[in-house]
Design a protein around this ligand. Structure first.
Ligand SMILES: [Zn+2]
Length: 430
């Protein structure tokens, strides 16, 4: 019997490879942070994880969030997006200090790790502090400094420089952190600024992460001002390429959809945030049918309120069924793929992560499905999507390192971090 550094044994292994192979029971052998074996044979390990009765998946990839907004969790509830941002969030954000961001991001990264998220796509301020939190918790991050041009009193070039300097410092750090440029949205950045962002992204070789067409009023306003939709305007300035990830993409016409497909732009679908802020429902089913890369996102904890991708998979599927009035929309298998490999594809990281295949980095989640709510399992995709909860995540491996074992985070002292977090919240909100 082959022996590895780490062996995950006898689980129901959803590989998410090209053929969507499932091994039940299946085992995984890990060496030097890499997957060296996956299949139906028995394997042994210096360290072993017994996954009997558990569903084993690739790590979840959270395609859109604002991690430090754990600080805003459970505050200013039940407001529309524009009001929520302008009257509540932005004034408090003006008081944020780097140390607040650090502890907010630590809490978010810890929560994500405990929920099986091994990689996330983030946009916020003080991203050096977010990067530190990512390193301490031991997950992967694609990080972008949020660039809000139009509501700022600073010069556009200075704002852009913040983003490019961060990208230069962190892009590609140890295969765990990548940078992107993060122009905030079509209503908070001018077209000229977005053209400059495109130039800088090309110069640096990094992707772009932007909110687009999230709610209807800014899209209508954009069309009134420019005589065309934001997607068409962005396409005309050469902004849209396969390194761009659009969060939300709800208010699109058919021509916009065609452009997104043609330019191979990726989309992050954030069903909980979109429902909670009553933004709308994106045309995800149609996007997937024409081959647009779609990943699943939680959005920030201020508008979700958790970072539980397993819970959000269910809601992702339900919202599409309701939108199209068709119960076959976004079935369980597709949504589990979206939350893992689809996210890796949307972030252009699928050569490394997103599936359990020999040669990929070992980002693996063991979910304890030996619980009553999952029985009988019958189909593992269905059980995970419609019966699942992030709190059932038991073990998490990132890059071949066990960061959650038996539901306990191994990398940071969570109690101590939560005490600091409480102090930061009272400092900000009084
Ligand atoms: Zn967002």
């Amino acid at each position: 019997m082959e022996k590895y550094e780490i062996a995950v044994r006898n689980g129901i292994v959803l590989t998410m490879d090209d053929e969507m192979k499932v091994f039940s029971p299946g085992s995984i052998g890990i060496e030097d942070g890499e997957i060296r074996y996956v299949g139906g044979d028995e394997v042994r390990g210096e360290e072993e994880i017994d996954a009997r009765g558990c569903i084993v998946t690739p790590g979840f990839v959270n395609c859109h969030t604002h991690s430090p907004m754990t600080l805003f969790r459970n505050a200013f509830e039940d407001q529309p997006l524009e009001k929520w941002l302008k009257e509540y969030v932005w004034p408090v954000e003006a008081r944020l200090k780097p140390e607040h961001v650090k502890v907010g991001a630590l809490v978010a990264a810890a929560e994500m790790a405990l929920n099986g998220v091994t990689c996330f796509n983030d946009m916020y301020f003080y991203m050096d502090q977010v990067a530190e939190a990512v390193v301490e918790v031991g997950i992967r991050g694609v990080l972008s400094e949020g660039l809000v041009e139009l509501f700022s009193d600073r010069a556009s070039e200075e704002i852009l420089r913040k983003g490019t300097e961060f990208a230069r410092r962190y892009h590609g750090w140890k295969g765990m952190i990548w940078a992107a440029l993060g122009p905030h949205a079509e209503y908070s950045c001018s077209l000229e600024f977005l053209r400059r962002v495109r130039e800088e992204a090309d110069r640096l070789g990094v992707g772009i992460h932007i909110h687009l067409a999230e709610t209807k009023p800014p899209v209508d306003e954009f069309v009134r001002a420019h005589g065309k939709t934001p997607i068409k305007a962005l396409d005309e300035i050469g902004f849209l390429r396969n390194d761009v990830l659009i969060a939300h993409a709800i208010y699109l016409d058919d021509e916009d959809l065609r452009i997104i497909r043609e330019r191979d732009v990726a989309v992050a679908y954030n069903p909980v945030s979109n429902m909670k802020l009553a933004s709308g429902a994106a045309r995800i089913e149609e996007m997937m049918r024409v081959g647009i890369r779609v990943g699943l996102g939680t959005d920030g904890p201020g508008s979700n309120n958790t970072l539980d991708m397993i819970q959000d998979m269910k809601i992702a599927s339900l919202l599409q069924k309701l939108k199209y009035m068709d119960p076959s929309s976004l079935p369980a298998r597709s949504v589990v793929r979206m939350a893992t490999r689809g996210g890796a594809e949307a972030l252009n990281l699928d050569h490394m992560i997103g599936s359990i295949e020999v040669g990929k980095r070992a980002d693996i989640v063991v979910i304890n499905t030996r619980k009553v709510r999952y029985q009988p399992i019958r189909d593992p995709y269905t059980a995970l999507t419609y019966c699942g909860s992030g709190s059932d995540v038991r073990d998490v491996i990132v890059d071949g390192r066990i960061i959650v074992r038996d539901g306990v985070l191994q990398t940071i002292d969570l109690e101590k971090v939560l005490e600091e977090f409480e102090r930061a919240v009272s400092d900000l909100f009084g």
